[in-house]
Structures are given as structure tokens and as C-alpha cells.
Design a protein around this ligand. Structure first.
Ligand SMILES: [Zn+2]
Length: 297
């Protein structure tokens, strides 16, 4: 197993910005404490790789800083050269984690899960769609024939669903809050919508009941797992009520299913906006810990 970091490329954000940039540095430090030898610096995604899932027009606007105000507002982060650079490393980390997974059974990134980005626009703190780029690159290379995105971030993987809709071989699954962003949902290959306040028991029963069928339907060569920490009860944006233990059991269910069906898995982190942010970091570090215990001991 290998774990890719991107925190050396932080965003210069105005004071008080609601995007928790510090999370990436803190997560790196938490994971370093138990898995230092597994951590590598992520490569940056190339233009050719980004082009696998993004339009030339959008890539040009990002490169030249010519997004409209509305386009910039939809991303929720101010455009800067550093924003584009950081986003390139985030995609590169996910692609590297996928390549590692195909070789070793599991790879992880301490970022990624930018599932709100579309082919031609960013949204919801997401500039590029890392899952879509990685899977389209790997499919085009012939490294995979089929893949499955298991998106358990509390927000729907709308950009992923839309961007991968033209590839039948790439199956998108999203389990998310019905009453949460994005308010206009896309159609994944399989969506499950959860009511506000859904807790551990209902969540885990639904997931456990779904996973076997999902693997049978998708028959994947590779899984990308978006292990969003924003289903946590203490999340500012989540609206669900999972405990930290429930989230660890969620991760274990997914990793168990990948092992049972013999499918390599790449872990990406997705969202997490708890107060304090150390709760989000602890949840995401536990996700990595579970994978490390399973794949590198
Ligand atoms: Zn989210």
C-alpha cells in the first residue's frame, strides 16, 4: 500500500474562509504518526490526463484565470495559480492511488474526492473531478475494463455521475443526504438518498444490504471509494448523525466487500467540516488506519 500527500501545495485563502485547508496538513501529520514509510508525494496530473474528463475550454479558462465571476463563485474558492496547481496534485494523487491499488491491492490519497466538478465547470470546492479523470485515463490505457465508484461522502457525487455517464463500464454509486447540496441532483447508476438525522444503525444496514448487489452489477476491476467524513453527527454541513465508530464500521464494510470480491481499492477522502476540525481529521485518519492494517501488515 502507498499513501499520497498533497498538503505541500496549500491554498492561500482569505482569513475565515469556510474551506478547512488546514485539514490536509493535520491529516498528513496524523497519518505520518502510524504509516510514515507508506507516504509518498503525489505527482501532478498532466494536461493530457485532465483532458480525459475535462473540456479544453474549461482547462483554458483555469490556465489563464479567465473564469467568469459566476464560475468562480460556483467553485467557492477564489481563482489563483495556486488553486490550479493544488487541484492538479489532488487529481495526480488519486490517479497514483489507483495505479498503486491495481499493483498492490490498495492505494490512498490524503485528498481527492472532488466529486462536484463537471467536465466543463467546477462546483462546491471542486475544480477537477479526480475520480472521473483517473478512471477515464485508466480505461483509455486499457489498465481497467470496468470500475466502480462508491461515493459515501454525504453530498451526492453529481459531477462524477454526469462526467462518467458516457462510459457504461464505469459504474457510479452515491449514497447521500436527500436534503443536502447539490439541490439539483444528477442520476448516478445507483443513488440512495438518506433523510436528515440518519444514524449508524439505519446507515450501516442500508450499506451492508447494498454492497453485494453493487459488486455483482458493476463487476469492477477497480473501486474508487470516496470516504467522506461529512456524514459525521458533528459535521457543520452533513445533516446526518453517524458516530465516529459508525464511520469506522462503514469503512470496514466497504473494505471487506472489496476484499471479498477480490477488487483493488483506491481510497479518497472527500469532505469533512466538523467543529472542531480535529474530529474530521481523526475520522479520516481512522479510514487510512483501517486500510493500512488490512493491506500492509
Ligand atoms: Zn461532502
Amino acid at each position: 500500500m502507498k499513501i499520497y500527500r498533497t498538503d505541500q501545495h496549500p491554498l492561500p485563502l482569505p482569513d475565515g474562509h469556510r474551506f478547512p485547508m488546514i485539514k490536509y496538513r493535520l491529516l498528513y501529520e496524523a497519518v505520518h504518526a502510524f504509516a510514515a514509510p507508506l507516504i509518498l508525494e503525489a505527482p501532478a496530473a498532466s494536461d493530457a490526463e485532465l483532458s480525459a474528463a475535462h473540456t479544453p475550454d474549461y482547462l483554458h479558462k483555469l490556465a489563464t484565470g479567465t473564469l467568469s465571476k459566476a464560475e468562480e463563485r460556483a467553485i467557492g474558492l477564489p481563482w489563483s495559480a495556486e488553486l490550479v496547481t493544488r487541484s492538479r496534485y489532488s487529481v495526480g494523487a488519486t490517479l497514483a492511488a489507483c495505479r498503486t491499488a491495481l499493483l498492490e491491492g490498495c492505494g490512498a490519497t490524503l485528498a481527492g474526492g472532488t466529486h462536484h466538478a463537471y467536465a466543463d465547470r467546477g462546483s462546491g470546492f471542486c475544480v477537477f473531478n479526480d475520480s472521473a479523470v483517473a478512471l477515464k485515463v485508466l480505461l483509455a490505457e486499457g489498465a481497467i475494463q470496468r470500475a466502480l465508484v462508491i461515493d459515501l461522502d454525504v453530498h451526492q457525487g453529481n459531477g462524477t455521475a454526469a462526467t462518467l455517464a458516457d462510459r457504461l463500464a464505469l459504474f457510479t454509486f452515491s449514497m447521500h443526504g436527500l436534503n443536502n447540496f447539490p439541490f439539483q441532483k444528477e442520476t448516478s447508476d445507483w443513488d440512495i438518498e438518506l433523510d436528515d438525522g440518519t444514524g449508524d444503525a439505519d446507515y450501516l444496514a442500508t450499506l451492508a444490504g447494498t454492497l453485494p448487489q453493487l459488486f455483482t452489477l458493476a463487476h469492477p476491476d477497480l473501486v474508487i471509494y470516496l470516504a467522506g467524513a461529512d456524514c459525521y453527527a458533528g459535521d457543520r454541513l452533513g445533516k446526518l448523525a453517524l458516530s465516529k465508530d459508525g464511520l469506522a464500521r462503514r469503512d470496514a464494510l466497504v473494505l471487506d466487500a472489496c476484499a471479498r470480491f477480490g477488487v483493488p481499492v483506491a481510497l479518497t477522502m472527500g469532505g469533512g467540516y466538523a467543529t472542531p476540525i480535529s474530529d474530521t481529521v481523526a475520522i479520516q485518519a481512522m479510514t487510512i488506519q483501517l486500510a493500512v492494517n488490512r493491506f500492509s501488515r
